[in-house]
Design a protein around this ligand. Structure first.
Ligand code: HEC
Ligand code: HEC
Length: 266
């Protein structure tokens, strides 16, 4: 009986071992295999067709069925895949209603939908492609790169975005937004596509390496602690609470101490 059950156990162990080996191989493959290419800008015809369909539903009311533009929105001929990626992934498009400025919103489109829209808009005319990571990845935070990025930023960007990237008001109720917390890819795309009043900074004017220095500069700037005593950035509420507990708590202790001394003196 014991022999039989152990025999059966050994027989059951074989498929188990096999399953385990397969799982291990699968995991290894997932880890070792090259990551799929990100966002190829020359879309497949199926992707372009899907993009055209999606555009007709979500975007054509303002940009026209062929992206030619209407009184509600500009022409998208030649804006490029990068402009679509920037506008859609920052949640600016689809705009809910025409207004002075398209604000940053929660992005409601999936990666596939954005790529399809970008692929279709890219067929309307040549424009900047969605960048590869190597084009916008911030460089080493060494002093020379940060200094170069800072110089470029003060020359080209601070007039609108403020010298430390905090943003600023523009005429007619418009504004240049803060650059704090903006992802590197969006900094790259904004520079290459020039949303609204922002000028286009072409690769001829500011090459990719310099864009990366600007990104490095902004990251170093925003990684610095704020001025004053801030308890490691716990935020104003918890910092206020801390002050309250220490302050009022201290006063209570002091009052009790005085009271106990007074009682002893009597
Ligand atoms: C309610 C109208 C409206 C809708 C809907 C809309 N847009 Fe726009 N779009 C605008 C306006 C107005 C602008 C220009 C002003 C701005 O950028 O704030 C613009 C700008 C853009 C730009 C930037 C063009 C440039 O020159 O860089 C892109 C790209 C874009 N839209 C794509 C889309 C896509 C894709 C959709 C659909 C998912 C969409 N829009 C839906 C009104 C709209
Ligand atoms: C003439 C004014 C002007 C200059 C100069 C300018 N910008 Fe802008 N920038 C804007 C405006 C306006 C917007 C907002 C556009 C919108 O919301 O559609 C903007 C948006 C951006 C955004 C998008 C932020 C977000 O919230 O998604 C980035 C990133 C950016 N700018 C970076 C730069 C950099 C880097 C430079 C310098 C190389 C620069 N800008 C120069 C006016 C300017």
């Amino acid at each position: 009986m014991r022999f039989l059950s152990s025999h059966r156990r050994r027989r059951a162990a074989k498929p188990l071992m096999l399953a385990f080996a397969l799982l291990l191989m699968g995991t290894l493959y997932a880890v070792v295999a090259p990551a799929p290419q990100v966002a190829a800008d020359t879309g497949t015809s199926a992707q372009v067709a899907a993009g055209k369909g999606l555009f007709a539903v979500s975007c054509s009311s303002c940009h026209g069925l062929n992206g030619e533009g209407t009184s509600q929105g500009p022409s998208l001929v030649g804006v490029g895949a990068a402009a679509v990626d920037f506008q859609v992934t920052t949640g600016r498009m689809p705009m809910a209603a025409p207004g002075a400025q398209a604000p940053r919103k929660h992005n409601t489109m999936t990666r596939e939908e954005t790529d399809a829209l970008a692929a279709w808009v890219a067929t309307l005319g040549p424009g900047p492609a969605i960048p590869q990571k190597s084009q916008y990845a911030p460089g080493d935070q060494d002093a020379a790169t940060i200094a170069r990025g800072g110089e470029l930023f003060r020359t080209n960007c601070s007039a609108c975005h403020n010298f430390e990237g905090g943003g600023g008001a523009l005429p007619e109720g418009k504004y240049a937004p803060t650059l704090k917390g903006v992802e590197p890819i969006h900094i790259y795309e904004a520079m290459r596509t020039g949303p609204q009043q922002m000028p286009v900074f072409s690769p001829g004017a500011i090459p990719d390496a310099d864009v990366a220095s600007i990104i490095t500069y902004l990251e170093s700037l925003h990684a610095q602690p704020g001025p004053g005593f801030n308890l490691g950035g716990l935020g104003p509420v918890s910092e206020g609470l801390f002050g309250w507990i220490v302050g009022i708590g201290g006063l209570c202790l002091f009052a009790t101490w005085i009271a106990s001394r007074g009682a002893r003196a009597r």
